[in-house]
Design a protein around this ligand. Structure first.
Ligand code: DQA
Length: 145
C-alpha cells in the first residue's frame, strides 16, 4: 500500500513555532517517526510539505493513480482552501485529515474545515501520533486492495 503524507504551510517550522501548541518535536523528527512507523507496518510512504497552496494542489493531482491513500494536514489552508477540497475530490483517493492541535478547542476561524468534506476521517489533537493513526486507519481499511 502506498500512502502520501501531505503537510501544509508552517509545518516545516515544527519545534520552533508555538511549542506550547504544537510541541517541541521538529519537522524532521516527525518525518522520521512517520517513516519508522510505515516501515514497521510495511506501508510505502512519501512525505511532502509546502507553504504554497498551488503546490499542494499539484501534489494531490499527481497522486492520482499512484497512491492508495492520502494523509493530509493542510495547516492554515484547512480553513480557507476550496482548491484543496476540489483537488481531493477530483482524485477520489481515500484521505484522512490530521491536525496536531485540537482545532475544535481553538479560535472560531479554525472551526471551519473545507477539506473535511473530502476526507473519511479527521484526527485532531492527538499530537504527531495523529499521523500514525491516520496511516493505520487507511491500512486497515484499504490495505488489501
Ligand atoms: C494545524 C491547525 C491549523 O489551524 C493551523 O493553521 C496549523 C496547524 C494543526 O496541525 O494543529 O498550521 O493544522
Amino acid at each position: 500500500m502506498k500512502i502520501l503524507v501531505i503537510n501544509g504551510p508552517n509545518l516545516n517550522m515544527l519545534g520552533i513555532r508555538e511549542p506550547d501548541i504544537y510541541g517541541r518535536e521538529t519537522y524532521s523528527s516527525l518525518c522520521e517517526k512517520i517513516r519508522a512507523h510505515a516501515e514497521k507496518i510495511a506501508v510505502d510512504t512519501e512525505i511532502y510539505q509546502s507553504n504554497h497552496e498551488g503546490d499542494l494542489v499539484d501534489k494531490i493531482q499527481a497522486a492520482y493513480g499512484k497512491f492508495d491513500g492520502i494523509v493530509i494536514n493542510p495547516a492554515a489552508y484547512t480553513h480557507t482552501s476550496v482548491a484543496l477540497l476540489d483537488a481531493l475530490k477530483a482524485v477520489c483517493i481515500p484521505a484522512v485529515e490530521v491536525h496536531i492541535s485540537d482545532v475544535s478547542l481553538r479560535e472560531d476561524f479554525r472551526q471551519i474545515s473545507y477539506v473535511r468534506a473530502a476526507c473519511e476521517k479527521t484526527i485532531s489533537g492527538h499530537g504527531t501520533d495523529g499521523y500514525l493513526e491516520a496511516i493505520d486507519y487507511l491500512l486497515e481499511k484499504y490495505g488489501e486492495s
